[in-house]
Design a protein around this ligand. Structure first.
Ligand code: SAH
Length: 342
């Protein structure tokens, strides 16, 4: 495993084998989590150790293939090339409460949602913990902006890469590393029920976002194939169990698609089905994807939908679209420039 995927105790074991005193592990861990590009930057380490580590555990930072910066809102999107040539995207968004990075968890995705650009070429492979961490570290290093919040909402399905994602969260949460609080992390899933239950057992303080996008199975089956494996009622039951276990309010994402899921009756059906579950809705006017016939709902339809949810007791916000001028939604940049990098 890459040295940067290891926890501090695991790193200590490796350095011990190399005959190093215990405090070295903390030094190496801290340097790696600062996003150094070479062991030579670790100036408080003996030169001989730096040479051994460089030989046995090369650092291999991802390369910037594209960087696009929005003139409107300062959003920055990176397309990174990983050491095996595959590319993933990361987006840095600037909110009043802090800088947030949206990271990818897989190269491509196998979930097949009809409106999403990330899944068009299927799943290539899952990301290693260190490859998720590198997206945060090198976004911070390249932009010069400190990152305080992380959302797992880029390319891929985080719960389909469960163990690596859990390890990544442990790493970014580490006091000797980025020390990012779990309360500053959101994890988004299309609804893998058994994995939601597994996540609940961990009792992390993160925000679980569920990509619901439909009021019932009839609509959800059409746009999200995962719904055939885990129908919406099972998903909502899992959300109720998640809340019972963690006391964390669920955040539902709802991409508003013209004539598909945006009627007044759809909003009322959601109210009925979510009764008693503490929730929040993020209404996202669909980002149009070239390859798809689906279109965003009108502003009026979104406002009407929001009003019905709120009057029924479910807080609903319309997501501010950032980076609209830079292909900033899921998987669009990778699709566009994929030719050069797998
Ligand atoms: N696989 C995870 C996380 C990645 S996608 C999930 O499904 O939740 C992050 C969010 O963007 C999801 O809610 C996803 O459904 C949504 N999304 C994907 N393509 C979109 C598009 N074209 N317009 C609006 N939202 C989209």
């Amino acid at each position: 495993m890459n040295l940067k995927s290891l926890t501090l105790p695991e790193m200590a074991a490796i350095l011990k084998e190399l005959g190093q005193p215990a405090f070295r592990a903390k030094q190496v861990f801290t340097w790696l989590h600062k996003g150094v590009r070479s062991y030579d930057e670790m100036t408080n380490l003996p030169k001989a150790l730096r040479e051994v580590l460089a030989e046995q555990y090369p650092i291999c930072p991802p390369k910037v293939v594209r960087k696009q910066e929005s003139k409107r809102d300062g959003t920055i999107k990176y397309l990174w090339q990983l050491s095996d040539g595959n590319c993933v995207e990361t987006v840095l968004m600037r909110y009043h409460y802090g800088n947030t990075v949206c990271i990818s968890t897989e190269v491509g995705c196998r979930m097949g949602c009809a409106f999403c650009a990330s899944t068009l070429g299927g799943l290539v492979r899952r990301l290693e913990p260190q490859e998720m961490l590198d997206q945060v570290l090198f976004t911070q290093v390249d932009s010069g902006l400190p990152v305080s919040h992380i959302v797992l909402m880029g390319i891929g399905e985080p719960l389909d890469n469960f163990d690596n994602v859990m390890r990544f969260l442990e790493l970014v949460n580490s006091p000797q590393g980025m020390n990012i609080s779990m309360r500053h992390v959101s994890l988004s899933t299309c609804g893998l029920v058994p994995k939601i239950d597994e996540l609940a057992k961990r009792k992390l303080q993160l925000t679980l976002s569920v990509s619901l996008h439909a009021p019932n199975d009839e609509v959800r089956n059409k746009i999200m194939p995962v719904n055939r494996a885990y129908p919406s009622e099972e998903l909502l039951q899992a959300c109720r169990r998640y809340y019972a276990e963690t006391s964390r309010r669920i955040s539902f994402e709802y991409a508003m698609i013209d004539g598909v899921n945006d009627s007044e009756e759809d909003a009322r059906e959601l109210l009925r089905r979510l009764k008693g579950l503490p929730a929040h809705f993020n209404l996202i006017p669909l980002n149009h994807v070239e390859e798809s016939p689906l279109k965003p709902s009108s502003k009026a339809a979104v406002a009407r939908f929001q009003k019905i949810l709120e009057e029924g007791g479910i807080p609903a916000t319309v997501r501010r679209t950032l980076g609209g001028d830079i292909d900033a939604s899921c998987g669009q940049l990778r699709r566009k420039y994929n030719k050069g990098c797998n």
